[in-house]
Design a protein around this ligand. Structure first.
Ligand SMILES: *Cc1c(COP(=O)(O)O)cnc(C)c1O
Length: 400
């Protein structure tokens, strides 16, 4: 089976670049430039130096002893939560800002939902002295105030978006609109494996450092360089793409991903796009989309702001369809419980997004010898209030 992107930017039948005429040149310029840049010695040298000294890589691969006993396997946590700015997103923004500079761009734009990608973008713009404009739904600006203040402190301008539901999906549309108005000088730093080709491939390649390190670290710790299972949460799909990248063609490795079920996949309050979506076009790519019968994009719903997106990266739509990925839906209550569980058993407060991946363990069956690597995509400092305010949701499973 071929899982790679083809020259037209398709993963199977998903992907492509469905953009307005005015962006055609920008997108084709990027399509032509991205591989030569990513493969150049010059880029690699700068990128890996920043990953090491600025981001703090390699991130540890930690053997979680108590959780291993509980789930009857050998569980290793890939600690993306320990990166600078608290999640995996910085791996991508560091890479894209270097690309922007090499392409002579002077102005950076980005969309953000919870504000995590906005903060990661504003951070690298401060680092590289670039002008930074962030598009964020007005609803999100209000509910993610701390991240808005962080971005302002870093020197970014925030544009609150007041169209649609005023959340992430609307912020993406507005960022694309801005890009149309300033195509010459602007580089759009996309935050996940979504958007028109080549973005899904760029983001997957920049995040692939995660599985590159997993290989080396597993070899050192277990004497073999592959696990039996990989587990990650999936919103747009970037931390999942990075976690599986170097194992996609390795049949010995099973891939389990957790998407946000919200109140449940049988309700209207869900963000489980792979379970509930149908084929459509969203933000420049053909993929699975949560939409009404007449093609209106539905609002996604989940307790986790980082997973709150009604689309999914096209590579994952393809991998799920081909059966290479097993995708589980994890509901809000299960994620809250799992967040407490990891906190109390290992002393690690995970991001509520990452807690969805932890919750997937309960739905899987292991042999004691199985090696499981689970990516903790981010830290939970931003979610402490959510955990405390929703503690009663976890009651059904146990008391904390
Ligand atoms: C943004 C975010 C996610 C979801 O994005 P992906 O592109 O699917 O990885 C997951 N975890 C954390 C901590 C995030 O900030």
């Amino acid at each position: 089976m071929n899982y790679k992107v083809n020259k037209d930017g398709f993963f199977g039948k998903y992907g492509g670049a469905y953009v307005p005429e005015i962006l055609y040149k920008c997108v084709t310029d990027l399509q032509e430039a991205y591989l030569p840049i990513l493969e150049s010695e010059d880029f690699k040298k700068e990128y890996y130096a920043l990953l090491r000294d600025y981001v703090g890589r390699p991130s540890p691969l930690y053997y979680a002893k108590r959780m291993s006993e509980k789930y009857g396997c050998k569980l290793y946590l890939k600690r993306e939560d320990l990166n600078h700015t608290g999640a995996h997103k910085i791996n991508n923004t560091v890479g894209q800002i270097l690309m922007a500079k090499k392409m002579g761009k002077t102005r950076i734009i980005a969309e953000t939902g919870a504000g995590q990608h906005g903060v990661a973008t504003a951070t690298v713009c401060a680092l590289m002295d670039m002008k930074c404009e962030i598009f964020m739904g007005k609803t999100d600006v209000e509910r993610q105030h701390t991240n808005v203040e962080r971005m302002r402190m870093l020197g970014a301008t925030i544009h609150p978006v007041t169209t649609g539901n005023m959340t992430l999906s609307d912020a993406c549309s507005e960022a694309i609109r801005d890009w149309c108005c300033h195509p010459e000088e602007t580089f759009y730093i996309v935050g996940s494996t979504m958007g028109p080709h080549p973005y899904p491939d760029i983001v997957a390649k920049l995040q692939s450092i995660i599985s590159k390190e997993i290989k080396e670290q597993l070899m050192e710790k277990t004497g073999r360089d592959y696990p039996d299972y990989l587990v990650a949460c999936i919103g747009g799909g970037s931390n999942a793409a990075g976690t599986i990248y170097h194992y996609i063609d390795d049949d010995r490795v099973q891939i389990y991903l957790a998407e946000a079920g919200g109140h449940g996949v049988d309700t209207d309050y869900t963000a489980a796009t792979i379970h509930c979506g149908t084929e459509g076009i969203i933000h420049g790519a053909r993929t699975l989309v949560m939409q009404t019968e007449d093609g209106q994009i539905k609002e996604a719903f989940t307790i986790s702001a980082g997973l709150d997106y009604p689309g999914i990266g096209p590579m994952h739509a393809d991998l799920a369809e081909k059966g290479r990925e097993h995708v589980l839906a994890v509901n809000d209550d299960e994620a809250i419980y799992a967040g407490y569980e990891l906190t109390r058993m290992e002393g690690i407060v995970p991001a509520i997004e990452s807690a969805h991946a932890i919750a997937a363990l309960k739905k899987m069956k292991f042999k004691p010898t199985d090696i499981v690597v689970l990516t903790v995509s981010g830290r939970g400092d931003k979610d402490v209030e959510t955990y405390l305010n929703n503690k009663e949701l976890a009651k059904e499973y146990g008391n904390f």
